[in-house]
Design a protein around this ligand. Structure first.
Ligand code: BES
Ligand code: MN
Ligand code: ZN
Length: 498
């Protein structure tokens, strides 16, 4: 779908989307179209339950007096409730009504009205951003899709008097959408296509954007002593990799970076502690943390962020085999700390243990943030509405919470504390890799904390957020790319030179 910005004019063909405020208050363009159609819009509203509440929609087909195929009425809610994130969700909802309508062109004629918290250009740009995010589709494996099932919309024109400013505000957002789409692609791909070797290759392609990309293989990781990460991958025929992506956007390329670290378990069978068959296919998306880091790096480079940021992903496949690690094995991590692997299905923390330690030692980052589909327990705690946040640093935690809220990717902080360490005491090693079920996401975070030293660190457990079983305003069901927009915003708000 192509997106363009133009000065307001009443479109004469295809679809038009107009805004209605809560309480059935038509915005000026909606009023204009309504009077051209002899009051058909108001009559349609009064004949339905449409009140103009945020994200409500009502489509009026072929209204007499107009050459338009359809007018989509979009509820805006209250004007003072509209910020950037809401504008994005409005754009997504609106375009969702026309993507597969049969129309190939649509005009988005949402007037800016008094009270909206962002200016007219930002409003239009964020509406366009939301629309683009919603238009994503992972359809490469359909070979027989019928024409009527394919999206019809080819072009969306966003109308605003500030079309020039809107276009330039949209430019960086468009780059963020590129990052989101890359993440969604990588996470959607099955594990026979995206595995530790091919995912490392995908990372290398980002060098085209000016990122420095370095790939470590098993030999190098063995030399570094990464026994925890390597133990997870040892049952797979695919070689494990650690990929380091560097974006040096700050004036001083040597100033300490922010580090983003992702769990990249390209498939998690559970290993010898094998998972039940039902739903195991979901574990192709156990690399969503790595996917988010890769997409965020693409977004940052794409829009030329003025900050030094490192992205590191630990890529492994957790398989049962004659060479797989066994429950009870003891591995030595790069930090020197030993781990008794009680359950081979608690593998993400083993991968992150070595990745975090490596990043801390090599880059001495100002802060480290890891993203991981780490525990099923976080879904029990927070459902599919918030990711879990854990941190050793209140300031960093507050920044992440604010960025998540602003980007429409909410996180909720959970407690940590020494008392939980009891659960991961081992009889024969420095720690074991699982505690009991109580507070399972917290004991996982306590485990990670042992590999970050004094560095400011945060862990975001995205197990409940990486994949959506239903369509949302800005995302069709499937891979959400949760984290990309949060991380980009975190950098923009806190780490960039002005
Ligand atoms: N990748 C899973 C966590 C997960 C579960 C993500 C469901 C998304 C949906 C992780 O590696 C795992 O298996 N965790 C175990 C830990 C347990 C063995 C302590 C879990 O949550 O059951
Ligand atoms: Mn697992
Ligand atoms: Zn896993």
């Amino acid at each position: 779908m192509k997106i363009a910005f133009a000065k307001p004019q009443i479109p004469t063909e295809g679809a038009v989307i107009v805004g209605v405020l809560e309480g059935k208050v038509l915005t000026p363009t909606a009023q204009q179209i309504d009077s051209q159609a002899g009051g058909a819009l108001v009559r349609a509203i009064n004949a339905s339950k449409f009140e103009g509440k945020k994200d409500q929609t009502l489509t009026v087909l072929a209204p007499a007096g107009l050459e338009l195929n359809r007018v989509v009425l979009l509820g805006l809610g209250k004007a003072d409730g509209i910020d950037a994130a809401v504008a994005q969700s409005l754009g997504g909802t609106a375009v969702g009504q026309v993507l597969n309508s049969g129309d190939t062109a649509a005009a988005m004629a949402l007037d800016w009205v008094e009270g909206i918290k962002i200016d007219a250009a930002a409003f239009a740009a964020n509406v366009a951003f939301g629309a683009r995010l919603k238009s994503y589709r992972f359809d490469k494996y359909f070979t027989k899709e019928k024409k009527e099932d394919k999206p019809s919309l080819k072009k969306l024109t966003v109308l605003t008097p500030e079309n020039g400013a809107a276009k330039s505000t949209f430019q960086p957002l468009d780059k963020i959408a590129d990052g989101v789409f890359l993440t969604r692609d990588l996470v959607s791909e099955p594990a026979n296509i995206i595995h530790p070797e091919s995912l490392a290759e995908e990372c290398k392609k980002l060098a085209d954007l000016g990122l420095e990309v370095e790939v470590l293989g098993e030999k190098q990781m063995k030399k570094l002593g990464m026994g925890a990460l390597l133990g997870v991958g040892q049952g797979s025929v695919r070689e494990s990799h650690l990929v380091i992506m560097r974006w040096n956007g700050a004036k001083d390329a040597d100033s300490a970076p922010l580090a983003l670290i992702g769990k990249g378990v390209c498939f998690d069978t559970g290993g010898i502690s094998i998972k039940p068959a039902a739903g195991m296919e979901d574990m192709k998306w156990d690399m969503a943390g790595a996917g988010a880091v890769i997409g965020a790096m693409k977004a940052l480079a794409g829009r030329g962020a003025k900050a030094n940021v490192i992205g590191v992903v630990g890529l492994v496949e957790n398989m049962p085999s004659g060479n797989a690690q066994r429950p009870g094995d003891v591995v030595t991590s790069m930090s020197g700390q030993t781990i008794e692997v009680i359950n081979t299905d608690a593998e993400g923390r083993l991968v992150l243990a070595d990745a975090l330690w490596y990043v801390k030692e090599r880059f001495k980052p100002t802060a480290m943030i890891d993203l991981a589909t780490l525990t099923g327990a976080i879904i029990v705690a927070l459902g599919n509405e918030h990711a879990g946040l854990f941190s050793n640093n209140d300031e960093l935690s507050d920044k992440i919470t604010a960025a998540g809220k602003g980007a429409g990717e909410p996180v909720w902080r959970l407690p940590m504390g020494e008392a939980y360490d009891q659960q991961i005491k081992s009889d024969i090693a420095d720690m074991k890799n699982v505690g009991g079920p109580p507070g399972g996401s917290i004991t996982a975070a306590q485990f990670l904390k042992r590999f970050v030293g004094d560095t400011a660190w945060a862990h975001i457990d995205i197990a409940g957020m990486a994949w959506s079983k239903k369509d949302t305003a800005t995302c069709p069901k499937g891979a959400s790319a949760f984290g990309v927009r949060l991380l980009d915003r975190l950098v923009a708000e806190n780490y960039e030179e002005k």
